[in-house]
Design a protein around this ligand. Structure first.
Ligand code: ATP
Length: 378
């Protein structure tokens, strides 16, 4: 178990700045998920923490000791890759014991016992004698994790370990990795480009874009209080609805040319335009005619069934759509005209000049987040 500190870490490859000025503390025993689009610098940051890359600037410390110049093999940080990186000509048992045998600290009996214990934990005991070529993708990923766990590292770095798995197996492995990480209490950094995986797994998530850290916090905070437009668009599915708006004493008024022309009472004293955001799950849909109360009257263009929920799509403005998420047993159908509004407690304001979040008192009720309540519980 260890605490890892990154101070002003920058990594350049020639003209390309892969990671820029990242300040980040990975707490002892936490599962931190690094998430962001392809090319945003996640793998480079992970490799830099591991010691496979040297930062161009900045320092990395483990438990207060500066390890910036220390090579990977001396850092006691295990790395698990997306492509498993197993030895194909060796059995599962030989793969799992390989690092321990190389280290030479334990005798053969102790190594056998350690491998057997971890294999049992990962539910792969019956595979120990098999060749790697005889395993499925999910089994290979378990062996890959097992090979890293047996060495009892100070920290774990997982680089997109689930990317090659099918959706069902990925869901299952997400849960297993979290369970295992909690059981072992090992400080872990998990890299993914999948925001849903990040929200499911992370104690905290670090959202990156263009090499820079955009926001760091528990999934609830990043979801309910995105720090800027990038995070607002990247986190959550379907994407947050975003519209240009002006503000006066009555609240925010969505511009007709960009949105449905509805009004939302928000507590914001501002003369410049804003970008107003509302997640699909916080869009209110009502069969009753609410016109005149700030709601818009819109026709449902089409619907999508997603199991427990259903998405309603409305065409508003040119090439712009508004999406509402409702329970799938709500009998809304394409072609129906309904009233649409935004939950005023759950709207987000952003400054179009800087993309940064603008705080307003109606939206900063952190007690609600701390208590874990969701708008659907209201
Ligand atoms: P992905 O999700 O696609 O794996 P990523 O977020 O992990 O992407 P990185 O692989 O860290 O991103 O790459 C960040 C940037 O650094 C990219 O522009 C990439 O082209 C560049 N880069 C990474 N490694 C090198 C290298 N060895 N030499 C030159 N440029 C590199």
């Amino acid at each position: 178990m260890s605490t890892i500190d990154l101070e002003n870490v920058t990594k350049r490859f020639g003209d390309v700045t892969a990671v820029e000025n990242v300040d980040l503390t990975i707490e002892d025993g936490e599962l931190l998920v690094l998430v962001g689009p392809s090319g945003c610098g996640k793998t480079t940051l992970l490799r830099t923490i591991t010691g496979l890359e040297l930062p161009t600037e900045g320092t990395i410390s483990v438990d207060g000791n500066d390890v910036t110049g220390i090579p990977a093999r001396k850092r006691d940080i295990a790395l698990v890759f997306q492509n498993f990186a197993l030895f194909p000509h060796m059995s599962v048992e030989e793969n799992m014991s390989f690092n321990l045998r190389m280290q030479g600290d334990l005798d053969a009996e102790e190594i056998d016992q350690r491998v057997a214990d971890i294999a049992e934990m990962l539910d792969i005991s019956e595979l120990l004698d098999r060749d790697i070529s005889e395993l499925s993708g999910g089994q290979k990923q378990r062996v890959s994790l097992g090979r890293a766990i047996v060495t009892n590292p100070a920290a774990f770095m997982l680089d997109e370990p689930l990317a090659n798995l099918d959706a069902n197996l990925r869901d299952q492995m997400e849960t297993e990795i979290v369970r295992l990480q909690k059981q072992l209490g090992i400080t872990t950094v998990h890299v993914t480009h999948n925001q849903s995986e990040a929200m499911t797994m992370g104690d905290r998530i670090a959202v990156m874009n263009d090499g820079e850290l955009q926001q760091l916090g528990p999934p609830e905070e990043v979801f309910y209080e995105p720090a800027n437009l990038f995070v607002a668009k990247f986190i959550g599915s379907p994407n947050m609805n975003l519209f240009d708006a002006t503000v006066d004493a009555d609240g925010a008024h969505l511009l007709e040319e960009s949105g449905p022309g509805l009004a939302v009472p928000i507590d914001l004293d501002r003369s410049d335009p804003i970008v107003l955001g509302c997640r699909p799950e916080h869009v209110l849909v009502d069969r009753d005619d609410r016109s005149g109360g700030g709601w818009a009257t819109l026709e449902i263009a089409f619907t999508e069934f997603h199991g427990a929920s259903k998405y309603l799509f409305f065409d508003v403005g040119e090439d712009t759509e508004l999406i509402a998420r409702v329970d799938s047993d709500e009998p809304f159908a394409a072609g129906e005209t309904v009233s649409v509004g935004f939950d005023p407690e759950q709207v987000h304001a952003f400054d179009p000049a800087t993309d940064e979040r603008i705080d307003q008192s109606a939206r900063t009720d952190r007690t609600r987040i701390a208590e874990g309540t969701r708008p659907s519980d209201d």
